[in-house]
Write a protein that binds this ligand. Structure first.
Ligand SMILES: Nc1cc(-c2ccc3ccn(Cc4ccc(CN5CCCCC5)cc4)c3c2)n[nH]1
Length: 238
């Protein structure tokens, strides 16, 4: 899978993708990330990318020309790609949308604005407008990294043999169970006995109960389409 990122701060993207799962996926050739500086697609000596908003208002708005020039440059190879604009007003990004992007797109262009946003006319050239949550960031780069990271985790082989994104809790429809590792007793804070029992059936049931308990407490909105067994466990918790 190939990601092409348009931004005025390429360093933000370049620094993050070197590390962890993403770094390994890049080294394995499972994913390719190319970052383009929008200033390289300007036509003035000052490499200007923003201007005052028509109609007045605070702040600056990013001009359409650098975005247009960059998008036309990418499209010159006539390869199919999904163009995604990051914005506070976009469609909410979820694990389900990450799965859809991974399954449907061989290449994605992630368009990152800054300032108070970008000229509305850019939207004529994009396929999706996506928000990663109901809060305002300073630009699209963090949102682009969230999308890259969560989509790459879903690519078969990206996480290495021992891990699988399929196990990620959001894929199962509720939150994760608690995790523990050594030491068994840290300043009197002990690991739950059941996890030391070696009884895998009991451990699995305990983890399911804990996951449902966490979900009921923090994200009851995720508790739908439960299996009869999960519903039985949930009723015991109420
Ligand atoms: N999920 C998410 C994505 C983004 C995102 C993505 C892309 C850009 C490009 C610029 N910014 C910063 C920005 C955009 C708009 C405003 C004005 N607006 C006024 C009314 C209330 C909402 C904000 C202020 C600052 C971005 C922010 N934030 N959150």
């Amino acid at each position: 899978m190939k990601f092409e990122v348009l931004t005025i701060f390429p360093e933000i993207i370049e620094c993050y993708i070197k590390h962890g799962v993403l770094g390994k996926a890049l080294n394995k050739g499972i994913v390719e990330v190319k970052v383009y500086n929008l200033r390289d697609f300007t036509s003035d000596k000052h490499k200007k990318v923003d201007d005052y908003p028509y109609g007045g208002g605070a702040g600056m708005v990013m001009q359409i020309e650098p975005f247009y020039n960059a998008i036309m440059h990418l499209k010159a190879d006539e390869k199919p790609r999904k163009l995604v604009l990051l914005s506070p007003q976009g469609r909410k990004f979820t694990q389900k949308l990450a799965q859809k992007f991974m399954e449907e797109s061989k290449a994605m262009v992630l368009i990152c604005g800054r300032y108070e946003g970008i000229d509305e006319r850019v939207k004529a050239f994009v396929d999706e407008e996506v928000s990663i949550g109901d809060y305002v960031l300073s630009g699209g780069e963090l949102a682009a990294l969230v999308i890259i990271d969560s989509v790459v985790r879903l690519i078969p082989g990206a996480l290495g043999d021992e891990l699988s994104a399929v196990e990620d809790s959001f894929m199962k429809g509720f939150l994760d169970y608690p995790h523990y590792t050594r030491p068994e007793d840290f300043k009197g804070m002990k690991v739950p006995e059941v996890l030391l029992s070696g009884d895998h059936k009991k451990i699995a049931l305990w983890r399911k109960r804990q996951a449902l308990k966490n979900t009921l407490k923090n994200r009851p909105d995720l508790l739908k389409n439960l299996s009869p067994e999960d519903m039985r466990i949930l009723k015991e918790l109420c």
